[in-house]
Design a protein around this ligand. Structure first.
Ligand code: IPM
Ligand code: MG
Length: 363
């Protein structure tokens, strides 16, 4: 089959890790007889440098014209990069938010699982890890605080800043359905996370999630307050299957969940709308401190490409092949620097491009 893939290399380690993912996609195309056509799309700091804005209308059109988009990462060092002297709407992150909104990518899937091979990198104690953990954070991605009205104005001689948090029933319902659908394909448990003891938007969230849950009698569900969830993630991560939550809470909890796996360089993500289109990217950031050194872990981006094959192109066998190869390469003892064992076990440290080669060899 033939597919058009938009490729946003972005900033920092983005170009290095995307190069490896494209290499793996090409190997999959050769092995399984497909054709992937790539279109480079500018977004983030590199787009600011080239065009003055973090995302042009042409870039949005190019993304819309693709069957799916693979993204590396965007942004730079917020303390030192000139991009952060620009007004907020012109900074790299604004490009990503605009792309999410323009393509209606309301459902953000962020898996966080512990690889048995990488148990050593997990910062949690053995008795907490237990039998391991494997959760999916379903984050609402186009509403809430991120897209509400905001302003900073002077009132009575002092500056006052406002950000508004709005959710409509329909916005909550569509993400809740996605969450329960995904749970049906997993361990059939949904933990809906909110702050219903304080926020109206959370009370509405709870009400709608309860309505949606009625259509999924097989799925066990519970409500959890976000502060408790933050605690439970480090106390007993094994209790979670699908965590369903709004935009801001999902941003924070997904970083926490990925950190407890000890291997953020391994975690993929997908942002979906209600078509087959998706935007696929590693969960980690642009890591400007290690950019250009050839040491970044490309696995999260390679696994994001596998998610793209699975969710947007329906190529499950091909996605399985990539995931199996990643496991194999870990079993063979190859590691990038971020996932080196801390107990002194003997492994072979490899760089970004060698890791890509190994995953292709073991496909
Ligand atoms: C993420 C990032 C973005 C977000 C930033 C870069 C705007 O932290 O994808 O989690 O907050 O959504
Ligand atoms: Mg984040």
């Amino acid at each position: 089959m033939e597919f058009n893939v938009g490729v946003i290399k972005g900033d920092g380690i983005g170009p290095e890790v995307v190069t490896e993912a494209v290499k793996v996609l090409d190997a999959i195309a050769a092995k399984f007889n497909h054709k992937f056509n790539y279109t480079d799309i500018l977004m983030g700091g590199c787009s600011i440098d080239a065009t003055g804005v973090p995302l042009t209308d042409e870039a949005i059109e190019a993304a819309k014209a693709s069957d799916a988009v693979l993204l590396g990462s965007i942004g730079g060092n917020t303390a030192t990069s000139p991009w952060y002297k620009l007004e907020p709407g012109l900074r790299p992150e604004a490009g990503l938010l605009k792309l999410r909104k323009s393509l209606n990518l309301f459902a953000n899937l962020r898996p966080a699982n512990l690889y048995a091979e990488l148990k050593e990198a997990c910062p949690l104690r053995e008795d907490i890890i237990g039998g391991g953990f494997d959760m999916m954070i379903m984050r609402e991605l186009t509403g809430g605080l991120y897209f509400g009205e905001r302003s900073t104005v002077e009132e009575d001689g002092q500056l006052v800043a406002r950000d508004s948090l709005t959710y409509s029933e329909n916005e909550i319902r569509r993400i809740a359905k996605r969450g329960f659908d995904i749970a049906m394909k997993r361990r059939k448990k949904v933990t809906s996370v909110d702050k219903a003891n304080v926020l109206d938007s959370s009370r509405l969230w709870r009400k709608i999630v309860e309505e949606v849950a009625k259509d999924y009698p097989e799925v066990e569900y519970e409500h959890m307050l976000v502060d408790n969830c933050a605690m439970q993630l480090v106390k007993n991560p094994g209790q979670f299957d699908v965590i369903l939550t709004e935009n801001m809470f999902g941003d924070i909890l997904s970083d926490e969940a990925s950190m407890v796996t000890g291997s953020i360089g391994m975690l993929a993500s997908a942002s979906l709308n209600d078509t087959r289109f998706g935007l696929y990217e590693p969960s980690g950031g642009s890591a400007p401190d290690i950019a250009g050194k050839g040491i970044a872990n490309p696995i999260a981006t390679i696994l994001s490409a596998a998610m793209m094959l699975r969710f947007s192109f329906d190529l499950d066998r091909e996605a399985d092949a990539i995931e199996a190869s990643v496991k194999k390469v870990l079993q063979l003892g190859y590691r990038t620097i971020d996932i080196m064992p801390r107990d002194g076990s003997v492994v072979t440290e490899v760089g970004t491009s060698k890791m890509g080669d190994l995953i292709i060899e073991n496909l």
